[in-house]
Design a binder for this molecule. Structure first.
Ligand code: BGC
Length: 470
């Protein structure tokens, strides 16, 4: 590895820690809800609100984080996100009542939304074109690791709380278990904050702000002097070509030249969520239980879901700059669609008693269907969406564009999670999975027809081809 590559990989890994915090923060609550209900004497809807309130502020943060980062730089926004994660973790851990807990969680939600869109954008702006896909996917990998670590950390705290070791008792792990679950996140958040000081500002953002010298210095550390000069020049040329336009604005997003990239962005944002990933993620134990295998096995199988997602994401990282974005998306969508059809069939062919009780069902088929669905997502829509978001849009409105697509993604995610239990009750699992599968097929046709391959080309080349040249 050359020193240039080492530098870039180090920077990308640090920035992608934002993804880890985001994944951890969003899923840690799953271990908490069982305890706060009785402790604060909460109604069901209050418990639901304790979970969903974070998605609300995270959606809001997505709207403002992009424009803020266009204005003040990518790094300051990430630092603010790190502070919010830390504050939120500490405040939720010591919350004296329900209201404080919800407010503390909502504070963290702002961090989630900001990290979710700024981290991949920053990485795309600093990474050399030939490894950009891989580096942006670090972020998705970290989200996935964050989700799994939170499950594991919850599990560990719970287990340690039940032991009679002296130190676990002096930390009151048993009595304060959910507080510890939420509080431990402060540690990586503080680490993230300080690590960000060793990361430079995005060179493309600097160039856009007329700070050519600083931009050149960072481009040089990324890919050497010769390449750096060419990179800076192409950023400047792309900015010059647009100098007659006003500062990037929301309205500009809807100009005719943007039609192709915006359509792709929006459709992929919807597709990533409407094929059901978070229904599977947040309700996995429940789905497995419906296949009649019992609670413990359902819990074990849910852990498998996390592992498969992780492995698939690694596979995507290894392949994304070699094979390209299109082949991964197409293969993934075929796997997603077939898995959903398999799941629909498994539940359709089950036999139920007169009271609706399950009599017989092939539980292995359900497990295979869910795991292959998650694998399909992990090699395609999971990482590839973030890579596309970070490379489709022109430099000057990238922040606004990513905010907009992130907002759509997050809103669809919220709705899909919300209606899933209702769908199960009213349509049954078979039809619900059939619906997800149909969306995957429609998405597949769309990707085949309109998605161009973006691997290996500089952001400015892509801009020329996909936007300016239109
Ligand atoms: C999605 C999340 C999802 C996660 C799972 C992300 O790319 O945006 O909604 O939970 O992947 O791996």
């Amino acid at each position: 590895m050359t020193s240039n590559t080492r530098f870039t990989v180090r920077v990308a890994l640090i920035v992608a820690l934002g993804g880890f915090l985001m994944g951890f923060d969003a899923s840690v609550i799953s271990g908490v809800v069982g305890f706060i209900g009785p402790e604060f004497d909460l109604s069901n809807i209050q418990v639901g609100w304790a979970v969903a309130s974070l998605t609300l502020t995270s959606t809001l943060a997505m709207m403002i984080a992009g424009p803020l980062s266009d204005r003040f730089g990518r790094r300051p926004v990430l630092k603010v996100a790190a502070v919010l994660f830390a504050l939120s973790a500490i405040a939720s851990a010591i919350a004296p009542d329900y209201l404080t807990l919800v407010i503390a969680r909502m504070l963290g939600g702002f961090g989630v939304g900001a990290a979710l869109i700024i981290a991949p954008m920053y990485i795309a702006e600093i990474a050399p074109a030939d490894v950009r896909g891989r580096m942006v996917s670090f972020n998705q990998l970290n989200i996935v690791i964050g989700i799994s670590v939170a499950y594991f950390s919850n599990f560990l705290i719970l287990g340690l709380g039940q032991s009679d070791l002296a130190w676990t008792q002096s930390l009151r792990l048993a009595e304060w278990n959910w507080r510890w679950m939420l509080g431990v996140e402060a540690l990586p958040a503080i680490l993230y904050f300080f690590a960000l000081f060793s990361v430079p500002e995005s060179p493309r953002w600097l160039a856009m702000r007329g700070k050519a010298e600083e931009a050149l210095e960072i481009f040089t550390r990324v890919s050497g002097k010769l390449k750096a000069e060419a990179d800076l020049k192409s950023v400047q040329d792309s900015l010059d070509a647009e100098s007659h336009l006003e500062k990037g604005s929301f309205k500009e997003l809807f100009m005719p030249a943007m039609r192709l990239v915006l359509t792709i962005g929006i459709v992929i944002a919807i597709l990533q969520q409407i094929t059901g990933i978070n229904s599977v993620f947040f309700y996995a134990p429940m789905i497995f239980e419906q296949s009649g295998i019992g609670k413990d096995a359902a819990f074990m199988q849910a852990i498998l879901v996390g592992i498969v997602n992780l492995v698939a994401t690694v596979v995507a990282i290894l392949l994304i700059d070699k094979l390209g974005r299109r082949p991964l998306l197409l293969t993934g969508l075929v796997i997603i669609a077939s898995s959903m059809l398999l799941l629909a069939y498994s539940f359709y062919s089950a036999s139920y008693g007169p009271g609706g009780d399950l009599i017989e069902m092939n539980a292995t088929l359900v497990l295979v269907g869910i795991l292959s669905f998650v694998a399909g997502f992990g090699i395609s829509l999971g990482p590839v969406m973030w890579v596309l978001f970070s490379e489709l849009f022109p430099n000057r409105i990238r922040g606004i564009a990513i905010s907009f697509c992130g907002l759509i993604n997050s809103s669809v995610s919220f709705i899909v999670q919300l209606v899933f239990p209702w769908e199960l009750e009213n349509f049954g699992p078979s039809t619900t999975f059939l619906i997800y599968g149909s969306f995957a097929i429609i998405g597949l046709l769309f990707v085949m027809k309109i998605l161009p391959e973006t691997k290996g080309r500089s952001l400015e080349e892509l801009q020329e081809e996909l936007v300016t040249g239109k």
